[in-house]
Ligand binder design. Structure first.
Ligand code: SAT
Ligand code: MN
Length: 603
């Protein structure tokens, strides 16, 4: 059903046709192609990209259906300072976003779009975020001049004819206009107009800035829609943990980009757990949309259909499920290749790189062989741990919400919030070291509330209030937790092994939800004692668990004071309840410090 016409005949699609015509008038493409999502269409685009070098074939014996894309070296990650939220009122966007007035923003970016598709094809990509038949899903249409974007959107979303049919039925959709432009960092913007449900992105071909269904739609625009409609659009993985009795608890967990969401969502249980019958089911690795259900629980869907995962570090030991998923039908971006043309990245124990991510002969003097933010794009159903519930139109009920960041010091392995308001504070106060997923310095500690700093489409103060609003009669809300896999000991080494062993922490979390696990009360929340964690078969350095479960009251006193300044930075938008919650904890810390001068509350 490939359409080479400039419009689709249906009166219900009038708004879409008008918009496509207006964009074509502005951008002047040579051709317009309406994507139907078919295999024939994908094959034709692939052939075209192989012919023009956009894609390179990888070893088809070892990696059937796998291709490599090398991006422009200056276009390998998100660019936060060029990512704008354009609301009529500046205050609605808040100090957490970069803001520009809508008129000025449109004028600025439309000048870049003017004539930019001359000599190119304009692709119209209708897509659905979420299972095609789910009432929780939302549709969009991306216009792009990049066939690489089309190929990735076909993996990452439900794209093509069924999405167009749903748009025709519903009449509403998010508009996303994208052009790679000249791929010039000086002529690059990613603009969001939440009031118009519109995205305009120019000058980048990188995933998070070019696959508009992902961060732009499913987080920035959707967070705005979610606030208006009473749900949550979050930067969270969704994982199902099945215990030996066959009960499955679903956990949603927020971590900043490149902090192991994909790994946690596909975790392989440690041997003892596997023998006992524990299983882990993947629902999503990056984005979670949660709606209150009729029973007052929060039900979550993964709006995506694929994984856009970080390649470096993915190996048999760290994420065998991801490694198994990406052996076939995968698009690799900016990885290195071996002499026999297999994809390679740092942390992969098999193979030797001969060509680096830029296509140069590999020389360690030039830095890593694969870019630290090199990625794989793969259909979620290729993961051995993919849950059949991921396609369920009602979503899965969430038992626990987990927040976590890279905190080399202070923050314990895990603690539970006392109640929802405390949990919202814990999420709001989240801090993490920056990673290679965005341009700029790596390893700098910054506040990243709910891991949404780069993705919240409106004022964080209002966002905190929206989170608090779920605490109302009739709701059966998840328990909330904070974890830290990244704590370092005196020698700078990680104290916790992470990866599969994280299941021990998830087991405690589930035990807290069901009432089976014990905890001790501390001023910062409820912590497991060492004896509350299942540690059989766990090899830790002497004293590491005590260090991981200790509460450094002096350190927390200054952390909580810093959190106060952070909350103040959102002015009157910060809910009074959040201030009160912070003050309650500050007072509890002071009381404990008074009782135990300079002491730590040890496990
Ligand atoms: O922004 S991307 O979606 O490309 C990756 C990330 O930062 O999570
Ligand atoms: Mn992400």
């Amino acid at each position: 059903m490939s359409q080479h016409t400039s419009s689709i005949t249906s009166s219900r699609l009038e708004a879409l046709n008008h918009w496509v015509a207006a964009v074509a008038h502005l951008t002047r493409p040579d051709h317009i192609h309406w994507c139907d999502g078919s295999e024939a269409e994908a094959a034709a685009l692939r052939a075209q990209m192989l012919a023009d070098g956009t894609l390179l074939e990888l070893n088809q014996q070892t990696h059937p259906g796998c291709y490599l894309h090398r991006s422009t070296p200056s276009d390998v990650a998100r660019v936060e300072h060029l990512t704008l939220v354009c609301t009529r009122e500046r205050d609605d966007a808040g100090p957490n976003t970069h803001w520009l007035a809508p008129d000025e923003a449109h004028a600025k970016i439309d000048a870049l779009f003017d004539g930019c598709m001359r000599g190119r094809t304009l692709y119209v990509i209708p897509y659905c975020m979420g299972p095609i038949d789910s009432p929780l899903s939302r549709c969009g249409v991306e216009i792009t001049d990049s066939p690489y974007v089309v190929a990735n959107m076909r993996i990452m979303t439900r794209m093509g004819a069924p999405a167009l049919a749903r748009i025709e039925r519903e009449g509403t959709f998010v508009k996303g206009l994208h052009s790679i432009g000249e791929l010039d960092p000086e002529r690059r913007f990613i603009m969001h107009f939440p009031e118009e449900l519109t995205i305009k992105s120019y000058g980048s071909g990188y995933g998070g800035t070019a696959l508009l269904g992902k961060k732009c739609h499913a987080l920035r625009i959707a967070s705005w829609q979610a606030r208006q409609e009473g749900w949550l659009a979050e930067h969270m993985l969704i994982v199902g943990v099945e215990d030996p009795r066959g009960n499955i608890h679903y956990i949603a967990a927020a971590f900043p980009s490149a902090c192991g969401k994909t790994n946690l969502s596909m975790l392989i249980p440690p041997e003892g757990y596997r023998h006992a019958g524990w299983k882990v089911w993947t629902i999503g690795d990056d984005i979670c949309w949660m709606h209150p259900g009729p029973d007052g629980r929060l039900y979550a869907i993964n709006p995506e259909a694929g994984f856009f995962g970080v390649a470096p570090g993915t190996d048999h030991g760290t994420n065998p499920n991801a490694l198994a998923s990406i052996q076939h039908d995968t698009i690799y971006t900016n990885v290195a290749v071996t002499a026999d043309n297999q994809p390679w990245w740092e942390g992969l124990h098999e193979g030797t790189p001969v060509t680096d991510w830029r296509g140069r002969p590999y020389d360690s003097a030039h830095g890593p062989a694969a870019h630290p933010n090199s990625r794989f794009t793969v259909a979620a159903r290729q993961a051995p741990s993919w849950s059949p519930m991921a396609e369920h139109p009602q979503g899965v009920p969430i038992s626990a919400i987990v927040f976590g960041g890279r905190r080399p010091s202070l923050v314990p392995l895990v603690f539970q919030a006392r109640d929802w308001a405390h949990g919202v504070l814990v999420g709001a106060a989240m801090g993490s070291e920056t990673t290679a997923a965005a341009t700029g310095a790596v390893g700098v500690l910054r506040r990243d509330s709910m891991a949404m700093k780069p993705f919240c489409g409106y004022n964080y103060g209002d966002y905190f209030a929206h989170w608090l609003s779920f605490d109302r009669p009739g709701m059966k809300l998840p328990q909330m937790f904070h974890v830290n896999w990244f704590r370092k000991g005196a020698g700078g080494k990680f104290l916790w092994p992470g990866f599969g062993e994280n299941l021990r922490v998830l087991e405690w979390i589930i035990g807290r939800c069901t009432g089976a696990a014990g905890a001790q009360d501390t001023p910062i929340g409820l912590l497991p004692r060492a004896s509350d964690l299942h540690s059989e078969g766990l090899a830790l350095r002497e004293g590491a668990l005590d260090e991981l479960l200790a509460v450094d009251l002096d350190g927390w006193a200054s952390e909580v004071s810093d959190i106060g300044q952070y909350l103040d930075s959102f002015g009157t938008h910060t809910p009074a309840r959040l201030h009160a919650e912070r003050e309650r904890i500050a007072a509890a810390i002071e009381r404990a410090r008074g009782a135990l001068p300079h002491a730590k509350v040890a496990s």
